[in-house]
Design a protein around this ligand. Structure first.
Ligand code: 5GP
Ligand code: ZN
Length: 112
């Protein structure tokens, strides 16, 4: 499958990685929208939040267990925002589930 994030997970496309476990990987976004902009992806190909099922939801559990450690490693002591864009209306551009961790400044209240 031609999926950029599967390739990043395999290591065939390089990334500025900051965390990894058996289930997920976190790396810096190539085009940061905030002073700190990290992406967390499952190592399994899941297309989007809309493809989460009872069979693959352990990856979500593991990602959310890792997020506090990733945020701490990135120095996000003042808080942060976790976002996943889903489908066309959600403006999802990479069709492999990923969570944006945004922070490093006070973020705008408006989310859409
Ligand atoms: P989406 O719009 O799908 O929610 O977010 C995709 C994100 O992936 C974007 O913020 C984009 O900058 C980032 N991105 C796309 N390709 C690459 C890549 O090859 N490496 C990294 N590190 N980030 C990428
Ligand atoms: Zn993938």
């Amino acid at each position: 499958m031609d999926c950029i994030f599967c390739k990043i997970a395999e290591g065939t496309i390089p990334s500025k990685q900051l965390y990894e476990n058996e289930y997920c990987l976190a790396f810096h976004d190539i085009n940061p929208q905030t002073p700190v902009h990290i992406l967390v992806i499952p190592k399994l190909h899941i297309g989007s939040a809309d493809e989460v099922t009872e069979k693959n939801s352990v990856y979500l559990q593991k990602i959310f267990e890792a997020i506090p450690q990733i945020a701490k490693q990135a120095g996000l002591t003042g808080g942060y925002r976790v976002i996943t864009n889903c489908g066309e209306d959600g403006c999802q551009s990479v069709k492999h589930l990923h969570f944006h961790i945004l922070g490093g400044k006070k973020l705008p209240e408006n989310m859409g």
